[in-house]
Write a protein that binds this ligand. Sequence first.
Ligand code: 0DB
Ligand code: CA
Ligand code: CA
Ligand code: ZN
Length: 315
Amino acid sequence: IRTVSVTGSGIGVLGDTKTLNLDKVTVKIRNKTETQYQTNDLTRSAVITTYTANNATRLPGSIVYSLSQIINDPAAVDAHYYAGVVYDYYKTKFGRNGIDNGNMTIKSTVHYSRNYVNAFWNGSQMVYGDGDGVNSLALSGGLDIIAHEMTHGVDEYEADLIYKDQSGALNESFSDCFGTFIEYFAQKNKFDWEMGEDVWTPKIANDALRSLQDPTKYGDPAHMNDYNYTTSDNGGVHTNCGIPNKACYLIATSSGMTIEKTEQIYYRALVNYLTQSSDFKAAKEALIQSAVDLYGVNSVEANAVKAAFEAVGIY
Ligand SMILES: O=C(O)[C@H](CCc1ccccc1)CC1(C(=O)N[C@@H](Cc2c[nH]c3ccccc23)C(=O)O)CCCC1
Ligand SMILES: [Ca+2]
Ligand SMILES: [Ca+2]
Ligand SMILES: [Zn+2]
């Protein structure tokens, strides 16, 4: 087979047209040849490949392709395009070479299972359900969700926070925070401090899965006094993340602070200071130390981190 990188396009989950980097492959099928345009992006230092599970659950499934340069699969269009956006964010902002910092292939699978209203990082790749059209649209339609999942991959090669109780809630919070930072980086016109809003409940406006600005809007705690001691969801990792999420919002919106400074502090903590068993207090110390490294002892930035964590009850 021969392959060459070409530009194609497709309509995304929200009906917008996106330009895609495709791989033009001439394959031999029995005694004839067929030209396929595959969702295999060879334009970056890390290959980005998008698969379909065809509504089954075997991973990764088969590479999405078209016989023309138009990819007629909205979920695949967005998964392919947004994975590139997230790669570019980590490269541009921190000089990071993708998920493992070694340009490993970035794999996404769409059309996972049937009416699957969720998404996940399975330790090796991103996986997205189609939603059920009521609770959600196809989940790859949300850049903040794709950024959330790919950040789980980055965490795995860095702090590798244990996915349980406080370290698990931190794991979730870092994915929500970077999901928000990446939305700001790529979609400033529709930036918000909520998660999944673009695909969540298409019939209901102004709602989302979680809010970093006001976690209580969706029933999540915003203070240690309301920590949810539970055994479900690995110790409530998707609800207790509201506490560090609120701290992140307070840091970024403190006077003298910007999202650009906040994301540098968060990335440095994730890479240099956090470990598998880090709890909320350890995260506060890691983030303060990162701010000190970057902006100085007793700096406005370091004090903003300290004050934000104390405001959510972490001393
Ligand atoms: O990556 C994660 O942390 C979440 C992974 C969920 C999962 C875990 C284990 C096996 C399969 C799936 C997926 C996301 C999540 O936060 N899921 C939440 C909220 C949620 C999504 N769909 C739902 C349907 C019902 C109830 C809750 C949910 C959850 O699974 O709790 C992250 C961003 C959006 C989806
Ligand atoms: Ca958002
Ligand atoms: Ca909605
Ligand atoms: Zn997560």
